[in-house]
Design a protein around this ligand. Structure first.
Ligand SMILES: [Zn+2]
Ligand SMILES: [Zn+2]
Length: 381
């Protein structure tokens, strides 16, 4: 049996302890609250962390996508670069020139040196004390040994591509350094090839030197170059300007251009296309203006609004007018400037067809209009 602890003193003690206990409870409660708050903060931080991680992941994947794209373009540039190399100096082509007829392209400086110093071909008999020795000597392509028959021509597109590559690769690229850009204006083939592009025959001599050695290849070439060299002035010539007479519808006339169908084997041309080519249109123009040829109507082009424009039986584009744009612009202007030589027939829905007329006394009547000579039977109807 233990003694009972009682009395007023004990009661006061108990009350004090209770108070203290309450205070502790309160404190514990406060702590709990704080912990809860902190947990919440931690939770938030975790979430933020997750979001950041996810963002990081996304950025990483974007970065790798970009890297693979960059790799692809680097590969493309490398491919172009390796194909833009000169086979003599193995650098990027410097002022690229193409050889005819083989088509190989090399630096102008490398070619000059090659033509001067290339070892003599077996059957070469020229005397190198002859001042014209370099002009006369037989020249071959350093890549394929084909005889070079014409003076090499500059290839501006390749030049532009090479300049682009050099820029991408940084200016430290050696190809464009250490060579003389000042010689740009002078004739790079002086003393190596004859002045005007005379045909050089297989023995290295020019036409001039042995004219009796004529063959039909020469004639064909002559015809070709006169065609390309001629810059057609679209009737701005003086005789045309002064014409005051009447105009008439043009009539069938024979084709103006000789076309070798074999040159277009892979272009999938139909007979109308071929006839358009024979009458002075280019492939690009045929596509651009949907040009067609009809035996009884001649060349018909379409403008942007698909109005039909009858151009007669032969047209001539200037040499730099690859897709006929200049010609068609001239035609559009001419309809307004010289309305008297146009017959324009409007139709009900706002469109028109336009016929280019010719001076009345210039219309030639051909007895035989069958000499399209490549015509298909259904072209005759
Ligand atoms: Zn070179
Ligand atoms: Zn070649």
């Amino acid at each position: 049996m233990h003694a009972e602890y009682s009395g007023p003193l004990a009661a006061a003690e108990l009350a004090k302890i209770k108070r203290e206990l309450d205070a502790w409870k309160k404190l514990a409660y406060e702590h709990k609250k704080t912990i809860k708050k902190q947990n919440k903060v931690i939770e938030e931080l975790k979430q933020q962390d997750n979001t950041s991680r996810q963002k990081l992941k996304e950025s990483e994947s974007q970065l790798s996508k970009l890297q693979s794209k960059t790799k692809k373009s680097d590969e493309a540039i490398t491919t172009i670069e390796s194909n833009s190399q000169c086979q003599i100096c193995m650098e990027l082509l410097y002022r690229p020139y193409a050889l005819s007829p083989c088509g190989h392209i090399l630096c102008v400086t490398c070619l000059q040196e090659w033509f001067r110093k290339a070892p003599a071909v077996d059957d070469e008999m020229y005397d190198d004390s002859d001042p014209d020795y370099l002009l006369r000597r037989r020249k071959t392509c350093p890549c394929c040994r084909t005889n070079v028959r014409h003076r090499p021509i500059p290839v501006f597109m390749i030049k532009a591509i090479v300049a682009g590559i050099a820029k991408v690769k940084g200016s430290q690229n050696g190809a464009l350094l250490g060579r003389d850009p000042a010689s740009n204006d002078s004739d790079p083939w002086e003393g190596l090839f004859p002045d005007d592009d005379e045909e050089i025959d297989d023995f290295g001599a020019t036409d001039e030197e042995d004219e009796d050695d004529e063959d039909d290849i020469d004639e064909e070439d002559e015809e070709d170059s006169s065609w390309y060299d001629e810059v057609f002035s679209y009737g701005t010539g003086s005789e045309d300007e002064t014409y005051r007479g009447a105009y008439a519808y043009p009539q069938w006339e024979p084709p103006g251009v000789v076309i070798d169908e074999d040159d277009y084997l892979f272009d999938q041309l139909d007979e109308s296309d071929l006839n358009c080519l024979r009458r002075g249109a280019t492939l690009a123009m045929i596509h651009e203006y949907d040009v067609e040829y009809k035996h009884n109507e001649g060349l018909i082009a379409r403008d942007e609004a698909y109005n039909r424009i009858y151009l007669g039986w032969n047209i001539r584009l200037s040499a730099d007018d690859e897709n006929g744009e200049l010609y068609m612009q001239y035609i559009a202007d001419d309809m307004i400037a010289r309305a008297e030589r146009w017959s324009i027939i409007e139709d009900d829905d706002g469109g028109f067809e336009a016929h280019l007329l010719v001076p009345e006394d210039g219309v030639l009547e051909y007895q035989d209009t069958d000499s399209d000579n490549y015509m298909e039977v259904d072209d005759l109807d």
